[in-house]
Design a protein. Sequence first.
Length: 411
Amino acid sequence: MTTPAKPRHAPMTQFPVLDGELVIGGKPVSQLAEELGTPFYAYDRAVIAARIASLRATLPAQIKLHYAIKANPLPALVQHMAGRVDGLDVASGGELAVALASGMTAAEISFAGPGKREAELEAAVRAGVLLNVESAREVELLAAISQRLGLPARVAVRVNPDFELKSSGMKMGGGPKPFGVDAEVVPALLRRIGELGLAFEGFHLFAGSQNLRSEAIVEAQQACYALAVRLAADAPAPVRTLNLGGGFGIPYFPGDTPLDLTPIGANLAELVARAQTDLPQAELVIELGRYLVGEAGVYVCRVIDRKVSRGQVFLVCDGGLHHHLAASGNFGQLIRKNYPVIIGNKAAAPATEIASVVGPLCTPLDILADRMELPAAEPGDLVAVYQSGAYGFSASPRDFLGHPQAKEVLV
Ligand SMILES: *Cc1c(COP(=O)(O)O)cnc(C)c1O
């Protein structure tokens, strides 16, 4: 009996290696570095398209697939998504502008998020997008805006469910939350929406994020569905859209395995069938961010210095936490774990040493890889961080310490 070796990385099969180099969007990483300068993020449009195609092949055709653009709001990428998904979900006035400029029809854009400012609500009503309302205040404001503009606001109620998505990286529903309206007070809000004459269209539920267990996602979707059917009894109009959230995770860390979509597809098919009697006018929607784009992106920086401190090798790079907070472990991780990191221009070389990859910031938090097995790397080599297509560039403190900004390209 042999013990299987401990996995060094999450599974990484999305990019080819050619002549020893990582290839993104058909270009070797050294060529991209030459063209763009380092550090940069590269997102591979073919990898995104393939991910959407495989998802569509597994989910029932009636399920509408939305992209939550907070995962990656790069306008060129959002435009790429707009032609491939059924809708875009935004969470701010800024994201709304990106979504409207992407070519997606306004009718297929929805706007969720707590604390929407009056100007944001007004822009959304003018554009004709669906507003996922998160409070009684938003409902009252929307009524006033609708009256002023002579345009009834299209609203769905974002519900804070009375359960949680289990084993989720980030819980966003159940218990006291700033997101959505507590399920038990939704009936009263629905009556108010009816009194005010807003165009009620349905419900939005989002229980959590970054889940790799399909049983947990299936359970949450069933519970969300049942809750929506129950709440629909008090709705002022038939439910036309039921957004069941998403939460599909991607493998980031050693030991993580990819999400098994098959049971999720089977469950959604059952819910689609049940909805034909329970909510005959409703379209079922799922909204995904990282699952669509996370694995399609790589962050690349260059080794500036190689230092050995008391026996430990440090590869000091021109990028780090300030561009990629999540890979440094400071974006919601409780225990720091390594993202998949390779030496991109030595992608076929065997790992011969243990090295830590760090950034140039004067803080011990600036780590891209902590004591990882890597090929021996020298100044000039290119460090590539996988699983960087979501919550990378836009989720990082890019001005911190005043180093140059990272570039972004869709290739
Ligand atoms: C953040 C968020 C998403 C996207 O989450 P992912 O984990 O990237 O799929 C979807 N819907 C809502 C409401 C969100 O807040």
